[in-house]
Design a protein around this ligand. Structure first.
Ligand SMILES: Cc1cc2nc3c(=O)[nH]c(=O)nc-3n(C[C@H](O)[C@H](O)[C@H](O)COP(=O)(O)O)c2cc1C
Length: 198
């Protein structure tokens, strides 16, 4: 099997993350940047935007998530929520994926024929960049999992890191050393998903 497909196969949601990481922050940043930069986007719009959080900034993110969820979570369920968040905070860093909304608006104005498609394509472009980043981190020996605490954290995140108003938060990819393997994963029968026609 090709190394690429092997990396795709190896990528899993790893929730037990730690900080036993041999790569430097610069090396990890370069991997993330390359994975996003070389991912395709509709009309080459390059609408995904990225903020990589390490160290105190990563811990701050998960404090923001905890504070945002507290008023929204029943008191008896909150200890579980806190435990889950502590797991993310124990990781080495988090990649915030944003969508640059002005780019989408401009394309809609410029290419009226495709106006209805651009929002979907921007989401797909974010998804492709996210998946490629996830696989690239896996290939570098790191584990990761994907979270969606937007939109409840959007305002606090924008304020904390001075994020432009046109950047809409779409996902949070938490990464770190793999401290436990992923669970079993089931697959649909190939016959249900794939058709080959000659
Ligand atoms: C678009 C998308 C959204 C997801 N959102 C979440 C999420 O909010 N929280 C989470 O824990 N996992 C999330 N996941 C991870 C999936 O649950 C996971 O990829 C799937 O169960 C397959 O497991 P695997 O990643 O180990 O292959 C998301 C995955 C995708 C592709």
């Amino acid at each position: 099997m090709s190394e690429f497909l092997q990396a795709l196969k190896n990528r899993r949601s790893i929730y037990a993350l730690g900080r036993n990481v041999n790569l430097s922050e610069d090396e990890i940043t370069e991997i993330i940047q390359d994975a996003v930069k070389y991912s395709p986007t509709a009309f080459n719009a390059q609408s995904p935007r990225i903020v990589v959080l390490f160290g105190d900034a990563n811990e701050k993110l998960w404090d923001i998530v905890e504070a945002a969820l507290k008023p929204l979570t029943p008191a008896e369920a909150f200890p579980n929520t806190q435990k889950k968040i502590a797991g993310f905070k124990a990781g080495y860093g988090t990649v915030l994926f944003f969508k640059e909304t002005e780019t989408v608006k401009n394309l809609q104005e410029q290419f009226a024929l495709y106006a209805d498609n651009f929002p979907d394509w921007a989401e797909q472009s974010n998804g492709i960049a996210t998946a490629n980043t996830w696989v690239a981190l896996e290939e570098a020996g790191l584990g990761a999992n994907l979270q969606h605490y937007n939109p409840v954290i959007d305002e606090a995140v924008a304020k904390e890191w001075n994020i432009p108003a046109s950047w809409q938060l779409r996902s949070q990819l938490v990464f770190g050393s793999k401290e436990a393997a992923a669970g079993e994963k089931e697959f649909l029968d190939d016959g249900e998903r794939f058709r080959v026609i000659h």
